[in-house]
Structure formats: C-alpha cells, structure tokens
Design a protein around this ligand. Structure first.
Ligand SMILES: *[C@@H]1O[C@H](CO)[C@@H](O)[C@H](O)[C@H]1NC(C)=O
Ligand SMILES: *[C@@H]1O[C@H](CO)[C@@H](O)[C@H](O)[C@H]1NC(C)=O
Ligand SMILES: *[C@@H]1O[C@H](CO)[C@@H](O)[C@H](O)[C@H]1NC(C)=O
Ligand SMILES: *[C@@H]1O[C@H](CO)[C@@H](O)[C@H](O)[C@H]1NC(C)=O
Length: 821
C-alpha cells in the first residue's frame, strides 16, 4: 500500500508542476468536462470545437490536438465532429487514488496560430471496485471460556472507490455466538470487530465458520467477503458423565476374592486431558466399603477385594467418581448399588435356651427337659430350618413359637438302664445343598428310689462249726441297690424271729453298714442243727425300699461227744454188767449185744466196738459194728465160770472219742434159753432206755423200707445213667413222696470211694430234737444210714440245693424240678 501511495504522490506532484507551467502560458479561461470513469473508447466527452469556438475546419487545419500532461493519452479529438472522445480506459482510482476529486488537466493545442487552451476533465467515480480483504481466510482461536462481550478486531476491507462508492459497511454471517460491531476510527475508516455475544461451547460447536462481508455504498452495491474460521479451544468445562447415575448389580455373597462386580463408564465431552478420566471410589465411603471394593482407575471396573457376607450387610451403595485430568479437574459421580445375594453359607445353629437340671427318672411323658431355639443367619429358604431328633430315645421335640422347641420326654425313663442320654439334635436348612448342624444335649436323669436293695442271693447257706467262738463273723451278706446316692445306701438289719422260742437277735447280730453277721453264741450241734435268719436290706430313700433274704445256718457237727453205752444199762463207767450164758452154748452163741450211741452225727457218730481185754480172749469175740458179743468156740468145763470182757467203743471222729464197758459173763450149767434171756434183758432196762431202744427199732424198721426204696431208685438211676454220663440224677417227680410239701427228705451221700453213709433227713430241720439217726450197711460194711424223722415244713428245694452244695465231690448230680405247689 505504501508503495502504491508513493507512486500516487509522485504522480500528483508531476501533474501539479505541469499545470503550473501551463497556466502560465495559457491565455484562455477554463473549459471543464465531467465524465465517469471507465468509459468505452470513443465515448464523447464534450464538443471541444464548439466550446473553444472553433470551426470544424479549424480542427483539422489547425491540427488541434490534446496533450495530456500525464503522458498517457486518455483522450483524443474526433476531427469530424470536433468532439473530445475517450481514447483509453480511464481508471479514476489509478489516476487519482483515494482523493475525492479527480480532475485530469488537458492541453488543447492549436497551431496557426499556436494557441494553447487548457481544459479539465473531471473523472467521476464509478463503483467499479468491490471492497476486498487482503486475506480471504482468517483463523481465530478463541477459548471457550472467553467472556461474553469480548471483541476481536478483524481485518478491514479495502475499497479504492471513493465517495459514495467507498466501503460503507460490514456484515457478518449469522452465528449464535458472534455479532459484528463496526468501529469508526479517524478519517471515517471503519474497523470491523467480532463480538462474542454468547459464550462459546466447544463441545457444541468446536468451529464457527463466519463470513465477513464488506459492502460499499455504490449502486449497485459491491461487496467482498472474507472467511473467518473461529476455532474454539477446549476448556475443561465439562464434567465426566456416567452412563447411568445409578448402577445396580446383585452378586452372590460367596463370590471369590477379586471377582468382577460391575463396570461403570463415564464420558467427558471435553478433549485431550480434559477428557481423560480417572475413576475412584467416593471419598466419603465408609472404610467398610473401601475394604470390600476397589475400582480400576482406568477402566472403571469394580472388583471385590474381600468376600462379601450377606448376613452382615445385604446391600452396599458405592459412590464412584470420575475425574478428568483438566485444570481444574472436573468430577462426575454415580452410585453403584450392590445387592448381596444370599448363599447358603451358614449352617443352622441350635441354641439351648434353658435346660432343666433335674430330670427325675419317674418324670411323666411330656415333661419339658430343655428349651431350645434354632436359627440360621441365612435368609429365605437358606434360613428355613427343620429340626430332627435322633431315633431311639424316649424324647421328642415339640415346636413352640417360631423356631423354638421344647424337648420333652415321650416315654418311660429308667435311670438304672440309661442314666443319661446324649440327645442328638440335627438342624437342617432348606438351602441347596442343605447345611446341617448337630447338637448333643446331655440329659442325665436324677435318681428316684424305685429299686429295692437286692441281695446277692435270695437265701444264703452258712455252715458253722459248733462250739465256735462267740462274736466271730458268721457270714457277710450283701445287697446292692441299683439306685443312686442315698437311695442306694443300704443298711442291714435282722428281722425278729424265734429260734427255739428265743428271739434270733439273741443269737446273732448284724453290722448294719456292711452286712456282716456275728454270732453271739457258740452253737451246739447237738442242740441246734439249723436255724434261719431273716435279713432285711433297706435303702435310705424316701420312702425307703427293702428286701429280705434268708440265711440258713447249718451247725456242723464236731466230735465233741463220746459214745454213750445204752446197753448193757448198768454199764456206767467202770461198773459191771452181768450176763449169763449156758456152758453148753456152741460156737457163735450170742452172749449179749453192746449198744452205744453217739450224740454227734456222721463220722463222729459212727461207732465201732472192739474187745479190749478179756479173761479168755479165745472164747469171745465182739462184732466191730454191731457190738454183738458171741462165743468163738463152744465153752468147756475148763472155762472159768466168770468171764470179764472190757469192750472199747470208739467213734470215727477226729479226734476219736471212746468209751469202755465191762461185761461180766457167768457161765452157768443147765441154762438153755438164750433168746428168752435176751428178751428178758430187753424188757429189763429202765423206762427211759427202753423207750429209746423202742424208737430206734421202730424208726429203723420204718425208715429202712423207705431208704431202701430210695436207695434202689438211686441205684437204678445210677446204673442207667452211668452208661452215658456216669452221673446220677434224682428227680422229685420220680417219687410221689417228694411232692408232699410236709415232707422233706435229705440224703447225704459220701462217695469218696464206696458209699460210707447216707443220711436221710425228713421234715423240719429245726426240730432235730425229734430226729433220729441210725446206721446201716445196706451195701457194704462201711455204710451208714442216718434218718431224721419227718416233721414240719421247709422248702424242699432249698434242702436239695443245700444237699447239692454240701456234696462238692459228688459224682452224683441232684436235680430238682419245682412242681407247682
Ligand atoms: C446478542 O445478539 C442478540 C440478537 O442477536 C442481541 O439482542 C443481544 O443484545 C446481543 N448481545 C450482546 C451482548 O451483544
Ligand atoms: C482377598 O484379597 C486380599 C488382597 O487382595 C487379601 O488381603 C485377603 O486376605 C484376601 N481374602 C481372602 C479370603 O482370600
Ligand atoms: C464290716 O465291718 C466290720 C467292722 O468294721 C469289719 O470287721 C468287717 O470285716 C466288715 N465286713 C465286711 C464284709 O467288710
Ligand atoms: C420282709 O419281712 C418282713 C417281716 O416278715 C415283712 O414285713 C416284709 O414285708 C418283707 N419284705 C419283703 C420285701 O418281702
């Protein structure tokens, strides 16, 4: 522009000087034409001939010509018409630039005579130039945060036209955000300014394309346009926005550590760092949430850090924030609701709410033993609990209000059989798979005195040697009680009964604590053979229970009695007994019979006779067992008429007891009746001895039949059984006699070697004062047979078992069968 301006200045100066010089030489006044610029070549400007008062011929003759002071011939003269016409394109702007008037001075030169006329041609402006901008494209960067009202100057347009044709106004293409303001500066120049009418939003419109149009005042208006590209630079004015403001997810509580939970996503419509998002958990999250969840700061994915537990919390609300990296950072928020789904991970629990400490064994069915409740921390079906009771116990569960149960008895209890129960209760929930838990409730029963003491045996048999020391332990009974504690504490006592019209308590006493029975007497077998003690054991329960047992005490014989001679009756110690015999008696003549008894029994009463001394030992002999005194040979005249025999009588006891009797025999001539003599002798003894002898004979006679029968049975049985087992059985059913409860038969067999003796006891054993014994030798010389006369009642079974027990060495077995009584 400066260059152009300089050129114009120079042109102006040159014209001015030329003008000055011409004025000096010209004579004529001014002729002035006015033409618009840019006329076509040949266009008339004015009638030069007429105006200069020249004839047409002058023009030709006088060689009229137009000289341009500017050198360039814009005009020429039409010789024919005498008109000044345009010769060249006249551009006002080129000639005069921006000056308001543009006058082109011309010299009209006429020769013959040389005349110089000066004319002026005013070039009028024609709107032939449009306003123009130097650059058609402009780029402006405006930050989106720019305040409304801020102005941005724009390039001015240039219109070389002048006057009304010069640049008049600017317009701006329509835009939401921008308006145009035209500012006038000195000498009327107009500066367009872009005004921010509305705040920019890069995110809505990042680029504004504007067109600035400059218009002149010509007619028609000419305009020029420049494109203005407004680039909105990003400002961090947008928060990151989550796709959802609330995310919801349900997750199983047993999801493992590190499980993916949910993905959150935020977008930031800013750009660059302003749109780069970093995710984090909300700062105000409680530690419990922070300890459970973490978020991937880049992807926004939330993961589990710790296993969840539905039971401690069913739902979490997590605040998530997304922050961009702009300056300042912008932050967007959302919430994540994590619902924790229940998983059957809790086994049901059985809680014993109360338990009765005292469950007596006689509790009625339905007695509450314990109260319990079940619970399951899970919810729904996982927390629905059913309860089961182990089978085989007399207990049942009764449901009460929700999830509470009463454990009640459902049957009879017996502490003695089951002192305690471990009741197994199983609780099962309804989850899939179900979980269960067991609880064992120990229930111990308390004792009730429902069991009497029981003796070890219903009856006891005690064998006691006679002549024992008083105060010695006779026997110890014991009873046990199945109950417990005081109910099982047994004390012993002796029930009063009579033994030989005397209270039994004067014979024995019992240690009430341990059941030891002491004798208070020494017993004499010959006076008392057997007696019974009723012992009672009583517990200390309330009420007490008791039971009885019988102790049979058998006094065992000791050899404490010497044989007593009962015939000859006069055989008092050392005294003489006179017997007579005919001198004519032959060998084997029965002279007399010595009879002795022994108050003892058994071996102790087994008497043998022996001739100890004799006047003539060759004449007499004494039968060892019968005591019969017989002649060995026929007496002769030489034999002394008075013979003395000393007979020793011994029992078989240990130690042996013995007695002697001296028999004096008178040999008489002419005496012939020995049997009569014997009968006389039998009738002769005193009243007492006679009766005893009679009894003896009677009992011998009666019992021998019985015993023989018994013996035969035994023998037959023995022979029969010996083939198979060698044992001998005796059955009560075999013999009708045994069925008679009023009769007792006791057979004692000593079987070491040949049978030595058989003792048959009949009847009441307490009434041994009426018992009798006798000896016989049914099979061999070494057999005794003792018989006790039957009397009142005793249990025959007991006797048999006594018998059984008393024959430990026996190869015979006594079998007793109870026949209904
Ligand atoms: C923005 O333009 C509207 C009309 O387009 C006009 O009413 C308003 O005054 C302008 N605001 C400013 C700040 O120029
Ligand atoms: C779970 O993972 C975290 C760390 O990642 C650890 O501290 C925690 O002990 C884990 N828990 C389990 C139950 O594995
Ligand atoms: C019973 O007690 C007495 C005295 O303390 C004692 O002598 C006896 O041996 C005891 N009997 C038993 C069977 O223990
Ligand atoms: C024990 O004997 C006594 C006296 O004879 C009697 O009163 C009691 O009922 C008997 N007890 C039992 C359990 O038989």
């Amino acid at each position: 522009m400066t260059k152009r301006m300089g050129y114009r200045d120079w042109r102006w100066q040159a014209l001015w000087w030329l003008h000055f010089f011409l004025l000096w030489i010209t004579t004529d006044g001014q002729t002035r034409y006015s033409i618009p610029e840019e006329l076509k070549q040949g266009s008339p400007v004015g009638n030069l001939a007429k105006d200069l008062s020249l004839g047409l011929s002058d023009i030709f003759d006088r060689k009229l010509r137009v000289a341009s002071e500017a050198g360039k011939q814009y005009f020429t003269v039409d010789a024919g018409k005498g008109e000044l016409v345009v010769n060249d394109r006249i551009d006002r702007e080129a000639l005069c630039g921006q000056s308001a008037s543009c006058v082109l001075p011309l010299q009209v030169v006429i020769e013959n005579p040389l005349q110089l006329h000066r004319i002026e041609v005013e070039i009028r402006d024609v709107n032939d130039n449009a306003p123009s901008f130097l650059k058609s494209d402009h780029v402006i960067e405006i930050a989106e945060s720019t305040l409304v009202g801020i102005r941005f100057p724009l390039e001015m347009a240039v219109d070389p036209d002048v006057g009304s044709n010069e640049l008049k106004t600017y317009t701006l293409s329509k835009d939401d955000c921008f308006t145009l303001k035209v500012k006038e500066i000195e000498n009327g120049r107009k500066v367009p300014e872009l005004v921010l009418n509305k705040s920019l939003d890069r995110e809505k419109k990042a680029v504004h394309n504007l067109f600035l149009t400059a218009m002149d005042g010509g007619n028609p208006v000419k305009s020029g346009t420049s494109k203005i590209t407004v680039t909105v630079t990003d400002n961090n004015d947008n928060v990151p926005v989550f796709e959802n403001s609330l995310y919801k997810i349900a997750i199983n509580e047993n999801s493992p550590n590190g499980s993916f939970v949910i993905s959150t996503k935020a977008t930031d419509i800013d750009e660059g760092l302003n749109a780069e998002i970093e995710y984090s958990l909300g700062v105000h999250m409680p530690p419990s949430v922070l300890s459970l969840f973490y978020i991937d700061s880049v992807t926004g994915d939330i993961y589990l850090k710790q296993p969840l537990d539905h039971e401690s919390q069913t739902s979490y609300r997590i605040d998530v924030s997304a922050k961009d990296k702009g300056l300042p950072k912008m932050e967007g928020h959302c919430s994540v609701q994590v619902d924790v789904l229940d998983v059957n991970d809790n086994a049901p629990e059985i809680v014993l709410t109360s338990k009765s400490t005292n469950v007596p064994e006689d509790s009625r069915s339905g007695t509450v033993v314990a109260l319990l409740s079940v619970r399951d921390l899970d919810s729904g079906d996982n927390g629905k609990v059913t309860i089961q009771l182990g089978k085989g116990t007399p207990f049942t569960l009764q449901p009460s209000f929700s999830n509470n149960y009463a454990l009640v008895t459902s049957g009879p209890l017996d502490r003695e059989n089951f002192p305690e129960y471990n009741i197994e209760i199983t609780a099962i929930d309804s989850g899939v798979p179900p979980l269960s838990r067991k609880k064992i409730i120990p229930v111990s029963l308390t004792d009730v005195n429902d069991n009497p003491p029981v003796f070890t045996q219903p009856f006891y048999t005690v064998y006691l040697k006679e002549n024992g020391v008083p105060g010695s332990i006779l026997y110890s009974v014991s009873a046990s009680d199945l109950d417990f504690g005081e109910n099982a504490k047994v004390s012993y006592s002796i029930l009063d009964s009579k033994v030989q019209d005397v209270s039994v308590s004067s014979y024995v006493y019992i240690n009430s604590d341990n059941g030891s029975i002491y004798s208070m007497h020494s017993f004499d077998y010959e006076k008392l053979k057997v007696f019974q003690i009723q012992v009672q054991a009583k517990d200390q329960g309330s009420p007490p229970l008791s039971s009885n047992a019988t102790v049979h005490v058998f006094i065992l014989d000791q050899n404490d009695n010497a044989p007593a001679v009962i015939y000859p009756s006069s055989a008092a110690l050392g005294s003489l007994s006179h017997q007579r015999m005919p001198r004519s008696a032959k060998a084997g003549h029965l002279v007399t019979k010595v009879t002795a008894v022994d108050a003892d029994s058994g071996h102790n009463a087994w008497i043998s006779y022996r001739l100890a001394e004799a006047t003539d030992a060759s004449l007499f002999t004494v039968n060892l067992y019968t005591g019969e005194v017989r002649t060995k040979r026929a007496a002769s005249e030489q034999d002394d008429s008075s013979q003395r025999l000393l007979i020793e009588i011994k029992d078989d006891g240990e130690p042996v007891q013995s007695a002697t009797v001296t028999v004096s025999i008178l040999l008489e001539d002419g005496l012939h009746e020995p049997m009569l003599d014997l009968r006389q002798k039998v009738a002769e003894p005193s009243k007492k001895t006679g009766r005893i002898t009679l009894y003896l004979i009677l009992s011998l006679a009666s019992v021998s039949v019985l015993s023989l029968v018994t013996f035969l049975i035994l023998a037959v049985k023995c022979i029969r059984n010996s083939r198979s087992s060698g044992s001998c059985c005796m059955r009560r059913s075999d013999c009708d006699d045994y069925k008679n409860p009023n009769r007792n038969l006791q057979i004692q067999l000593n079987t070491d070697g040949p049978i030595k003796y058989v003792e048959v006891l009949g009847g009441d054993m307490l009434s041994q004062s009426q018992s009798f014994r006798s000896c016989m030798s049914p099979m061999s010389e070494y057999s005794d047979f003792t018989l006790i006369k039957p009397s009142s009642t005793t249990d025959f079974k007991e006797v048999i078992s006594v018998l059984d027990a008393s024959l430990p060495d026996s190869t015979w077995t006594f079998e007793s069968q109870q026949v209904s009584r």
